[in-house]
Design a protein around this ligand. Structure first.
Ligand SMILES: [Zn+2]
Length: 131
């Protein structure tokens, strides 16, 4: 299994993830939030940005249940849900959720999971309806 490798413009994302925080780039010139990290703003191409901590809460916008994997490294992890989550801040993030009874519109919360030394990925968990 190959792991993500940090590059200059996304290093703060990985460093924050390792500390349990989900962050996104916010353009200093036009205010646009964006995820995934990119070297420039997708609206105005500015390379000036801040890193904003996100709530990590959102709703399931779409999902697919993964039952077979091409990479044997994931063989012990199926089935799982591949989810597109619309975060409270309006960004969408694609990630995983282990509960395959997930439904569109379910409320979810990010949880950082260590997959290698110093490397954490954002996964999601369902929240009770009352939250
Ligand atoms: Zn911008």
């Amino acid at each position: 299994m190959s792991h993500p490798v940090a590059v200059s413009w996304d290093k703060p994302f990985w460093e924050s993830a390792a500390q349990g925080r989900l962050v996104a780039q916010q353009c200093r010139d036009c205010g646009r939030l964006q995820h995934y990290p990119r070297p420039a703003c997708i609206d105005c191409l500015s390379q000036s940005r801040d890193w904003i901590r996100l709530s990590g809460r959102g709703t399931v916008w779409s999902f697919s249940i993964v039952r077979q994997v091409a990479d044997p490294a994931f063989a012990g992890e199926v089935p799982f849900a591949l989810v597109d989550v619309e975060l409270e801040e309006g960004l969408r993030i694609t990630s995983r959720l282990d509960d395959t009874s997930v439904e569109i519109g379910d409320r979810v919360q990010v949880t950082m999971r260590a997959i290698a030394t110093g490397l954490c990925l954002p996964y999601f968990e369902r929240l009770p309806d009352a939250l």
